[in-house]
Each structure stands twice: as structure tokens, then as C-alpha cells.
Design a protein around this ligand. Structure first.
Ligand SMILES: Cc1ncc(COP(=O)(O)O)c(C=O)c1O
Length: 378
């Protein structure tokens, strides 16, 4: 079955008891057992819940994976994956990462005795050099947040395999509609379902998918042992979001490409980052690795913070807000918002300048979005 069909049907059979076409929201914390040690597959909702299980099956299916696990947030998903590591382990991570992932690695995971080396994402050979005897995990995002660089997953998958290391790809920006990292050799995919999978800016959620049975068994244990699971209602909202993912992603991309082409030519724009533009340094790689370029654009305005503030204050449709991937257009100022937790010198070194703006292009009419940007730039 094709992606669109699986997104609507996998894990989402009509309810056997009532025939309800939509998976019910099972608001129950516990389940009656028929006798001691005998139950109908569910004991306690932290361990398993039918609404969450439906979501987990759908998540696995749309990533071409065997197993899916849902979490209470993207960072809960990340934390659970990082719990695979024991004290003394080492991580090699790309240097263009969501700020919250960086904060987790530096201020939480480091306290467990697990250290991270950050590698210039533009130089994949450096990943191999950074590997130590105790390296257990490689962690990357692609496209990266916020600079929208493309990391060649098969190259890293080779390096990881050769060195017996688990490769994790955060696929939040592309969504499984445009990119399937497991097909490209990754071992684990992580999502913030808060973004495109939920798609309506109304929940916080996360996901982990894998086809590796051993990793799944461990992750499932940690999901229950740590307990950062989503509520049945939030699971249901993500499941509903997934049904329209394909349609929304096509619109996000269409609008983003249109606006990127407009912004690229605008005299007040110093630099634009969008993998769908022929001028993007890795446009060819993006074309090969992804089936579309997504809905995120980053740009540098001519000038500095004052020009950014002026621009932001004049926008009407693009709302100044953290997050991305919803149907409405949002604007983020990474230096003070998503990446505010990275020390300034480190942030500048990573190319997140004071004039950088990130746009999450929604699915409003493209001409309205263009007019909003044009007015604010003028
Ligand atoms: C790429 C990426 N990964 C992970 C996260 C964390 O997800 P959450 O906010 O759902 O915890 C985010 C959040 O912005 C993100 O952009």
C-alpha cells in the first residue's frame, strides 16, 4: 500500500466492539484481568494503551519500520533513546542540532557520565575521526535545525555499521512523507510529533521507530520504565494528524518553495537557506535523499537585531512563536528562542547569527503569505 493509504489505515481498523470507524480514545489507566496472570493484552496504560498502540503501528508503517513507540514529547523520545547508553559511553553528534537536544546532552546526559563530541556537519569524514573506542551512538538531524543542511545518511550509516555504532536520525523536519532514514541505513528514527506529524500546533509529542528487534525490546522496556508516555487523547490527535500528513506536506512544500524563490531575490535578504532552491549547496543531495524539500526556510536579513525586530513587528500572518510544522505559518528567532540555550560564542561558531530568522511555512494561501513578508520587509 502507498504512503497515503497506510497513513489512514495502518493500526486503525474499525473498533471490533462497536464498528466505530475511528480508533476510540481509551481513557483508562488500568484494565480488568480475567484471573491472576490472565488479561486481554493490556494491564496498565503506561505500559500499553489501545489508542497509543494504534498510533505506534501507524508511526512504524509510515517510516517503513517494524516497530513504533510514542512519547510525551520529542525530548522524552530523545531521552529514552539516550537511556540505551551506560555510564562511560560516548556520542558523536552533528553540530547543527535542535537547542533542546544540545541542552539535554550537555546538562543532563553528561551527568550520567555520557559525553558528546560535536562534529562539523559539513565534513562527514570528521565523524569517523571523532569515534572513540567507547562511542556507542551517532546522532544527527537532517535537514538540520535551523540551517537546513542536508546530511548524507548512507555515508554515516556505513561509518556507524563499520564501527558497530547505532545511528539515530531526528527526522522531524522532513517528516516521513519526504524522507525515510531507516531505508537509507539509520538504525533509529526520532520525531517530535509536536511538529508535522501532529500538524496543528495542539499537542506536544514524540516518537521513536526502528526495525531492529533488539533495540526495540530495549526501547520498549525504557518507555515503560521511564514512563514519559503520551495520554490517550494526545495519541489520538497525532493519529488524526498523520491521516492528512501527505496532503499537508505537499502544500507546505509548495508554499515554501514559492516563498523561498521570492525571498532569494529580495534586496533586504542577505542569505536564504532552503534545500529546494537550486542555489542551496546541497540541492542535489537533497533531491537524491528526500522526495521533497519540506516547509522550513531560514534566512539572514541585511543588518542585525534591529532590522529583525522591525521585520517581526510588522508581520501579521507569520506569528512569532517557538515550534514548527503546524498548518499556520510561524516565525522563530533561533538566537533567542530555539537555540537560546547554546552559549553565544558556540552559537555564532555554528552559523546561527543575530540576523538569522527561521520560518515554518504553513498552508495558508501563498499569495497572502508573500504579501505579509513583502510588507514587513518593505
Ligand atoms: C528537530 C527537533 N527535534 C526535537 C525537538 C523536541 O521536541 P519537543 O518540543 O516535542 O520535545 C524539536 C523541538 O522543537 C525539534 O525541532
Amino acid at each position: 500500500m502507498e504512503f497515503e493509504t497506510r497513513a489512514i489505515h495502518e493500526g486503525q481498523q474499525s473498533d471490533p466492539q462497536t464498528g466505530a470507524v475511528i480508533v476510540p480514545i481509551y481513557l483508562t489507566s488500568t484494565y480488568e484481568q480475567q484471573a491472576i496472570g490472565q488479561h486481554k493484552g493490556y494491564e496498565y496504560s503506561r505500559t500499553g494503551n489501545p489508542t497509543r498502540n494504534a498510533l505506534e503501528e501507524a508511526l512504524a508503517s509510515i517510516e517503513n519500520a517494524k516497530y513504533g513507540l510514542a512519547f510525551a514529547s520529542g525530548l522524552a523520545a530523545t531521552t529514552t533513546v539516550l537511556s540505551l547508553l551506560k555510564s562511560g559511553a560516548h556520542i558523536v553528534a552533528g553540530d547543527d542540532l535542535y537547542g533542546g537536544t544540545y541542552r539535554l546532552l550537555e546538562r543532563v546526559v553528561k551527568n550520567w557520565g555520557v559525553t558528546t563530541t560535536y562534529v562539523d556537519i559539513d565534513n562527514l569524514a570528521d565523524f569517523e575521526t571523532a569515534i572513540q573506542p567507547n562511542t556507542k551512538l551517532i546522532w544527527i538531524e537532517t535537514p538540520t535545525n535551523p540551517l537546513l543542511k542536508i546530511v548524507e545518511i548512507p555515508v554515516l550509516a556505513n561509518i556507524a555499521r563499520k564501527n558497530n555504532i547505532v545511528l539515530v536520525v531526528d527526522n522531524t523536519f522532513a517528516s516521513p512523507y519526504f524522507q525515510k532514514p531507516l531505508d537509507l541505513g539509520a538504525d533509529i528514527v526520532v520525531h517530535s510529533t509536536t511538529k508535522y506529524l501532529g500538524g496543528h500546533s495542539d499537542i506536544i509529542g514524540g516518537a521513536v521507530v526502528t526495525s531492529n528487534e533488539q533495540l526495540y525490546t530495549e526501547l520498549k522496556f525504557y518507555q515503560n520504565a521511564i514512563g514519559a508516555v503520551p495520554s490517550p487523547f494526545d495519541s489520538w490527535l497525532v493519529l488524526r494528524g498523520i491521516k492528512t500528513l501527505a496532503v499537508r506536506m505537499r502544500e507546505h512544500e509548495k508554499n515554501a518553495l514559492f516563498l523561498a524563490q521570492f525571498l532569494e531575490k529580495h534586496p533586504k535578504v542577505e542569505r536564504i537557506y532552503y534545500p529546494g532552491l537550486a542555489s542551496h549547496e546541497q540541492h542535489q543531495l537533497a533531491k537524491e535523499q528526500m522526495s521533497g524539500f519540506g516547509g522550513m526556510i531560514s534566512l539572514e536579513l541585511k543588518g542585525g537585531l534591529a532590522e529583525v525586530e522591525r521585520f517581526v513587528s510588522k508581520l501579521k500572518l507569520f506569528l512569532l512563536a517557538e515550534s514548527l510544522g503546524g498548518v499556520e505559518s510561524l516565525l522563530c528567532y533561533p538566537a533567542k528562542m530555539t537555540h537560546g540555550s547554546i552559549p553565544e560564542a558556540e552559537r555564532i561558531k555554528r552559523g546561527i547569527k543575530d540576523n538569522l530568522i527561521r520560518l515554518s511555512v504553513g498552508i495558508e494561501h501563498p499569495l497572502d503569505l508573500q504579501a505579509d513578508l513583502e510588507n514587513a520587509l518593505g
